[in-house]
Design a protein around this ligand. Structure first.
Ligand SMILES: Nc1ncnc2c1ncn2[C@@H]1O[C@H](COP(=O)(O)OP(=O)(O)OP(=O)(O)O)[C@@H](O)[C@H]1O
Ligand SMILES: [Mg+2]
Length: 255
């Protein structure tokens, strides 16, 4: 595993939607140098848990989060935490690519501009270019930066959304089923990208695709009915799980 302390530590996390408990006493560390996969049957709470890590549940009207979540030791639910800043540090990529209805350039430049990350136009252009390169999209869009982001293919839109997350210089990237709307070729591109980004950013990815979890992650967390059933090295989880519920799920017996 990692030589660094965990990037994120989540301890005794509970989440309710109204009276319904969706996450039940989950404790997890997210490694700096690993890709962490969150797997489990539909409705088990993967998205809900992922959203606790950058306070996206704050935007869900009836959601209530309890527990301790720290980013580099800092309590992200502290009243002093600047949530806009937090979401730049812990970026998110969603299932459905959601570029702004603006140019490709503006999609990437927007974040750095509002966070004041560039002191000149050329510096901003540099950030846009670097982000698109890291997202593996530059070659495909360098001659059409003023075209609308929504005019790209689904797979390109998803890489644009990754570029947008990268542009504000995040520390962690959360991905919630980033490939589920993509074809196998676009999916392979995103998986390559995840490999390339590993180490630079701590990454947590929700996926329903067991092969994908095995390919891209080094650590895997299996959720079931709001609980964390098992968490460990991906190779262990997939070849020698400790829990029967994990074995049943990864062998496709339910879910
Ligand atoms: N906004 C909401 N209001 C009320 N209940 C919700 C809300 N969002 C999720 N839930 C409930 O919380 C539980 C966990 O949902 P969540 O979306 O986190 O599951 P998931 O593991 O991401 O599922 P999937 O694999 O289908 O995306 C489910 O029972 C779901 O119905
Ligand atoms: Mg989900």
């Amino acid at each position: 595993m990692s030589n660094h302390p965990p990037k994120i530590t989540a301890t005794h996390v509970n989440v309710w939607y109204g009276a319904k408990k969706a996450i039940d006493d989950v404790s997890i560390d997210i490694d700096q140098d690993s890709v962490t996969a969150l797997i489990g049957p539909s409705g088990c709470g993967k998205s809900t848990f992922l959203r606790t890590l950058n306070r996206m549940n704050d935007t869900v009207a009836n959601a209530r989060v309890q527990g301790d979540i720290r980013l580099d030791g800092e309590d992200i639910y502290s009243p002093d935490m600047d949530v806009v800043q937090l979401r730049a540090r812990v970026g998110m990529v969603f299932q459905k690519p959601n570029p702004f209805p603006k140019s490709i350039y503006e999609n990437v430049a927007y974040g750095p501009r509002i966070h004041g990350l560039a002191s000149s136009r050329s510096e901003l252009e540099g950030i846009v270019q670097t982000s698109l390169k890291r997202a593996g999209l530059w070659e495909e869009v360098k001659d059409r930066l003023s075209d609308s982001g929504t005019a790209l293919s689904g797979g390109q839109q998803q890489r644009l959304c990754i570029a947008r997350a990268i542009a504000v210089d995040p520390e962690v990237i959360l991905m919630d089923e980033p490939c589920s709307a993509l074809d196998p070729i676009a999916t392979a591109k995103i998986e390559e990208l995840i490999h390339a980004l590993k180490g630079r950013y701590a990454i947590a990815i929700v996926t329903h695709n067991m092969q994908q979890a095995a390919r891209v992650s080094q650590r895997t967390a299996f959720f079931h009915l709001g609980q964390l059933v098992e968490y460990g090295a991906t190779t262990e989880i997939f070849t020698n799980p400790r829990e029967e519920r994990t074995r049943d799920y990864i062998t496709g017996r339910y879910g």
